[in-house]
Design a protein around this ligand. Structure first.
Ligand code: AMP
Ligand code: MG
Length: 343
């Protein structure tokens, strides 16, 4: 199989792509579609066989649940057994958008979606194409990122095609994703709000919108979390990985950068690619130096594209200049930390 790639940049193309995607989805097949976060691999969330295809195509382990995408409050209530006030406040502030709410699971949601658990993760995406196909299908869509399990998430149709092009019938090309990293995942089933996966909706924004005083530090998911809290598989230490080894370093000048590389066992004749935003190496001795924006939203939008490019151009090492430690950067730092972990 070789995926058809269809564009949606005119109204006629958009409508034709909606029809084609919906035809596949109604038959229980999977299709790759643009969302505002990253490209998703979508299937009918209420059909266990269709969802099983997602797991098969991605090589995704069965213990990793998938997010259910909806486009109406009625669909939320079809999938969740309860709708707590905290969920209402957050949905009012951030839906449609890059926020996923973990809720008590409703009876219509198949086991395979929740990995057998009693909660379900639900998101109302902002992307017009996602909204159009969900509405036209009339059922919610399970849609994890459209990449092979454990590999980098795709933010363009070409990224999807390279990883999954021979496994799926259709890739809908909506251009570059606007947010660029995966959604913020928040558990609202308990007494306190719990951030299972940080993202571009920061802790500060969640607190402001929900009217709670603060998010207790211990309820923000972290790899190797001592509380044993590991309800979100996005928290697995290794995830979102490029093929190259990735280092996060700080340096004030190029000599210091070189010393640090040597300390980490990196030979300077390796293919080293630098992603810097502040201290830009100018000597020309690295295989590639790219300046990425000093603005969290623009950085997130460009990050995976840069990592894909490094992999595609033979990088052995990717060195990312450490990011500021302020709330709007936490989701991005989380992805970089996981990308840096080796098994
Ligand atoms: P992906 O779409 O590949 O980025 O992965 C979906 C992510 O959603 C998972 O890795 C989890 O972090 C999260 N998730 C999905 N369902 C649940 C659930 N029932 N409880 C907690 N987290 C979930
Ligand atoms: Mg993923």
């Amino acid at each position: 199989m070789s995926a058809r790639i269809v564009c949606i940049h005119t109204p006629v193309l958009f409508d034709a792509a909606v029809q084609e995607a919906v035809d596949h989805l109604r038959r229980g097949e999977v299709v790759a579609v643009p969302t505002e976060t990253v490209y998703g691999l979508a299937a009918n969330a209420l059909d266990p066989r269709a969802v099983a295809r997602i797991f098969e195509v991605k090589g995704r382990p069965a213990h990793n649940p998938v997010i259910v995408h909806v486009a109406s409050q009625a669909m939320v209530l079809e999938c969740a057994a309860e709708w707590p006030p905290l969920a209402e406040s957050l949905a009012r502030a951030f839906w449609p958008g890059p926020l996923t709410l973990v809720l008590p699971r409703g009876p219509s949601v198949p086991d395979i979606v929740t990995a057998g658990g009693n909660t379900v993760a639900i998101r109302w995406p902002q992307h017009p194409f996602m909204q159009a196909i969900i509405r036209r299908c009339g059922f919610p869509l399970a849609a994890p990122s459209a990449n092979l399990s454990n590999r980098l998430s795709p933010t363009t149709a070409q990224h999807v095609a390279r990883q999954l092009g021979d496994r799926i019938p259709l890739i809908v090309d909506g251009g570059d994703c606007n947010v660029g990293i995966e959604s913020t995942v928040v558990d609202v089933t308990g007494r306190v709000l719990c951030v299972l996966r940080p993202g571009m909706i920061s802790g500060v924004a969640l607190v402001a919108a929900s009217g709670i005083d603060s998010i207790p530090a211990e309820s923000v998911g972290a790899p190797g979390d001592s509380s044993g809290l590991n309800r979100s598989p996005g928290m697995l230490a290794k995830h979102y990985s490029p093929k190259a080894r990735l280092l996060i370093l700080s340096w004030s000048d190029e000599t210091e950068l070189e010393q640090q590389l040597l300390k980490h066992g990196v030979r300077l004749d390796h293919n080293i690619q630098i992603l810097a935003h502040n201290h830009i190496p100018m000597s020309g001795r690295f295989a590639h130096v790219n300046v990425i924006p000093h603005d969290a939203e623009a950085f997130a939008r460009g990050l995976y594209g840069e990592l894909h490019r490094c992999d595609d151009t033979g990088a052995e090492w990717i060195v990312v200049e450490a990011l500021p430690n302020t709330p709007e950067w936490h989701g991005i730092s989380d992805r970089l930390r996981r990308a840096a972990v080796r098994e």
